[in-house]
Design a protein. Structure first.
Length: 395
């Protein structure tokens, strides 16, 4: 059954033949670092042998989640600031190393346990945000560079912010003025894995020569071939790229190329958009019955001044099933947003004819996710809502 599902998804995969971005004639890439197991902090990694599939490969199968990385920001907080580009709230005090102390871990675990209890007993409706149950010691998802900071954008990278759509103040003239997330197309590879307020499930299925990785939000499935076939031809570009994997002992190593210049790395796939030259190198290793260590190295010399690597544990998803994320089906949001903008065009023109010269009414007008005030200029909230917010200071 798994093989049939994987085959059907593979045959239905759609190509994204968008703009091909900046061309680099002779691109060279750095060597990604080996797997950095963060789940146990500075303590020794317990000996563990991953189970095998019937055909003899390490068994990664299951429905996993990044929920338990709650409280771990993508970038390590600096003094007086927060971590950057998603991944949860910053620690209460700036950390100088990759791991919390045992005392901080005990306090964090107590906080998570209390928060989970409140979430399960104090919900005021059938909708609630996802939450973590297990504390992990990392102070940032970024493990390389060693300071835990996101590298700066290049001059070219600064030119390609993800459109803010209804989380900016317009004007909105066409679908390309919205992010891919707001259009219910994709959050990209990293944006689909890093923890957000809900929808963090990730299901791994295996068959001989292939691995399928399905994300709960926005219902994307990646097909990772492990049978040695070459990458697609370079002119073919896909939102989630072209993935080729191989096994190094118990580790699944995946190299993804053939990406578009339409996705980005950050909360819900926001931030400044990547280039077609980006290469992602991922590592998956089951290090305990209930932990898969996941690592991804981003190498995009057009967009970032240096490569960087995120590593974090995935743990079993509560309930064990991905929930349907029916975002695109019957979605009227873009049509309504564009229609409202055209109505404002007509209202501005009618006022002008009556001698009233006024600025356009802003879309957000100081409100963010759920109508929460964010100040003049519109829409952040919860890490910039669907629009990701501004890049870190200095970028």
């Amino acid at each position: 059954m798994t093989a049939r599902i994987i085959g059907l998804v593979a045959s239905a995969a759609a190509l994204a033949l968008g703009p091909l971005g900046v061309h680099v004639a002779t691109q060279t890439y750095s060597t990604p670092p080996p797997l950095i197991i963060t789940a146990f902090g500075e303590h020794p990694v317990p000996a563990y042998k991953a189970p095998r599939t019937p055909w003899g490969e390490p068994d990664l199968q299951g429905t996993w989640s990044s929920d338990d990385t709650d409280g771990i920001p993508m970038a390590r907080p600096r003094a007086g600031g927060r971590g950057g580009r998603g991944g949860g709230a910053a620690a209460t005090a700036p950390a100088t190393g990759l791991y919390r102390s045992d005392a901080d871990m005990a306090q964090r675990q107590a906080q998570l346990t209390a928060a989970a209890r409140r979430a399960e007993t104090d919900a005021t409706s059938s909708f609630r945000f996802d939450f973590g149950r297990r504390a992990f010691p990392q102070t940032s998802l970024i493990v390389d560079p060693a300071d835990g900071q996101m590298p700066a954008y290049t001059d070219e990278g600064r030119k390609r912010p993800m459109p803010r759509g209804t989380y900016g103040n317009g004007p909105l003239n066409w679908t390309t003025d919205f992010s891919l997330y707001e259009r219910c197309i994709t959050r990209g590879i990293i944006g689909s894995s890093v923890r957000v307020i809900y929808g963090n499930g990730q299901r791994i299925q295996q068959a001989p020569g292939v691995v399928a990785l399905s994300y709960e939000m926005v219902h994307d499935t990646r097909i990772i071939y492990t049978d040695g076939r070459p990458h697609l031809a370079q002119p073919i570009r896909q939102y989630l790229g072209d993935a080729r994997g191989h096994w190094e002992g118990d580790e699944l190593v995946v190299e993804t190329t053939n990406l578009t210049d339409q996705t980005a790395i950050g909360l819900n796939g926001n931030g400044n958009r990547d280039s077609t030259q980006m290469k992602l190198t991922e590592r998956f290793k089951r290090i305990a019955p209930d932990i898969v260590q996941y690592q991804v190295t981003v190498d995009d010399p057009v967009t970032y001044v240096r490569p960087f690597t995120l590593s974090y544990p995935l743990t079993p998803l509560d309930g064990g099933e991905l929930l349907a994320y029916e975002c695109h089906e019957g979605n009227m949001a873009l049509r309504q947003a564009l229609g409202a903008e055209r109505a404002e065009d007509r209202a501005v023109e009618e006022d002008r004819k009556r001698g009233i010269n006024r600025p356009r009414r802003p879309i957000q007008d100081g409100l963010g996710v759920g109508g929460q005030p964010t100040g003049p200029g519109g829409g952040g909230g919860l890490g910039g809502g669907r629009a990701g917010g501004a890049p870190p200071a200095g970028q």
